[in-house]
Design a protein around this ligand. Structure first.
Ligand code: SF4
Length: 485
């Protein structure tokens, strides 16, 4: 098979992986070298289905010994297979770079033989690019679950970013849908990477602790409750916490901080020229291939940000790729659900929310009709309205229609002049949503705008509904196994 044929097969096979974005690395061009991974030097573009296409995104091989039901490359799927030799792929990347086709590469692979042999081949592409070709462009390498620590470290030395995809949000779903993988094979490399890159383990003294409950013997066999991160003091009636991630030692008890993630992320030492993975590690969760609720998915994501220094959790709507009976047969990926999860993820990364505030056992799924912050505000109307002249930055961030920039602008503007309702939109506030939750000098802003006052939450919800919502999309598709519901 010629190179063109291989690219067609292996680039197409890689498109289902959403866990690549090129932000966070700042290696500049070097004399006699090629390319640059600095933020300004890398451009991004997005395909119609929302995937990043600025990098050469390709598999080393789509031959795979594993049989993950959600994956087009699973061994039981009958499709054309192809493989690159490491030298062939590194030459191709350099050729493409010289022709200005790409800024970098995202390299993944099916499991060719065993995890270590596959990882060794991936590492050899990156090593060759850096050492023989002098390539300074961006490299994102996939870590194959179950790879040895030595190879994981070697990958982290040459790559700007690595990702270990979790894919399924519980040990039970992993054992059903991706039976060749285990929680230990996935979280082992993630934990090792977090430790190797010096993620600080210090905890603010004021923080209430979370305890990391030790898993039973084999997490994969224990279902969704083993090895869960659970609050030391249960908050409200939260439903079962996710099975992930397991602890490194079955007997260890570890205390993790319960602080807003937006605060925790600020404690990370930012060092774009770090010795290993300057852009950190990411992961991907598939949404809709398994029965876990959004509450479970968000709780897991929050734990990963806190405990494993994951820079981004990507939520990927399950794309049906055949008729495997282990996954639901759906006509279209649940893209609206994926979108709402990204919005909720932003709330705990940048707005000071915790996952348990956004969803709980009484609200296990995000409402597709409305953005998560408006939905939270409607469930917490006792906290509103807020007085614009005196509200703190943290309080302003909780108002629908106000983001970090507009909250900063409000605080700055009110120091120097008197605010008035008609000019608030100039501060970047989305007035359609915010005016119902704010007062200005004691008067509701919606009244100042001649919109009146609405007391009933259900009427307010109608006003706040997202006009882009498509009502025909189900919250959670029918699942092929009964007992999982
Ligand atoms: S290990 Fe699973 S997800 Fe990865 S390529 Fe193979 S079948 Fe697909």
């Amino acid at each position: 098979m010629d190179v063109k044929g291989k690219i067609e097969i292996l680039a197409d096979a890689a498109k289902y992986d959403a866990s690549c974005s090129s932000s966070g690395s700042a290696r500049a061009s070097a004399p006699g070298g090629l390319g640059s991974a600095s933020v300004g030097g890398i451009c991004h573009s997005w395909s119609s289905d929302g995937r990043c296409i600025s990098l050469l995104k390709v598999l080393l091989t789509n031959v795979c010994a594993y049989d993950c039901a959600y994956c087009v490359n699973r061994r039981s799927n009958d499709l054309p297979r192809a493989s690159f030799e490491p030298e062939e792929l590194s030459r191709l990347i350099v050729d493409f770079y010289r022709r200005n086709y790409i800024e970098g590469a995202f390299l993944s692979s099916g499991v060719f033989g065993c995890p270590d042999s596959t990882m060794e081949r991936l590492v050899s592409v990156a090593r060759r690019l850096r050492t023989k070709e002098g390539f300074n462009g961006y490299i994102h390498l996939k870590i194959i679950p179950g790879s040895s620590e030595a190879l994981v470290l070697e990958a982290a030395r040459w790559a700007d970013r690595v990702s270990v995809n979790i894919e399924l949000p519980s040990a039970m779903s992993l054992s059903r849908i991706a039976p060749d993988k285990s929680p230990r094979a996935i979280f082992g490399p993630m934990r090792f990477l977090a430790q190797a890159s010096g993620y600080p383990a210090s905890i603010p003294p004021s923080a209430a602790p979370l305890t990391l409950e030790p898993p039973k013997e084999d997490s994969a066999a224990q279902g969704p409750l083993s090895g869960a991160l659970v609050p030391a003091t249960p908050k409200g009636s939260r439903e079962s916490a996710p099975a992930y991630p397991p602890t490194s030692s079955p007997n260890s008890r570890q205390v993790l901080p319960e602080v807003p993630l937006s605060f925790a992320a600020r404690r990370r030492r930012h060092n774009p020229r770090a010795e290993i993975i300057p852009a950190g590690q990411t992961t991907q969760l598939i949404v809709g291939a398994s029965p876990e609720s959004d509450a479970v998915i968000l709780s897991l994501a929050e734990n990963l940000y806190h405990g494993y220094d994951v820079r981004r959790v990507y939520y990927s709507a399950f794309i049906p790729t055949g008729s495997d009976p282990r996954v639901p047969q759906i006509s279209a990926p649940p893209l609206a659900r994926e979108h709402r999860l990204y919005q909720a993820d932003w709330l705990f990364r940048f707005y000071g929310f915790s996952a348990s505030e956004i969803l709980d056992s009484t609200h296990p799924f995000l409402d597709l009709r409305i953005d998560p912050k408006s939905d939270w505000a409607l469930r917490n109307l006792h906290r509103f309205p807020l007085e614009l002249c005196t509200a703190t930055y943290e309080e302003l961030l909780r108002v629908p229609g106000i983001g970090p920039k507009s909250a900063q602008r409000i605080i700055k503007a009110r120091r120097h002049s008197s605010l008035d309702a008609q000019s608030l939109h100039r501060l970047g506030i989305v007035m359609r949503r915010a005016c119902w939750f704010l007062t200005l000098k004691g008067r509701l802003v919606s009244q100042d705008l001649s919109l009146g006052r609405i007391e009933k939450p259900e009427l307010l919800k109608k006003i706040l509904l997202d006009p882009a919502f498509r009502p025909d999309e189900p919250q959670q598709p029918e699942l092929p196994w009964e007992e999982a519901r």
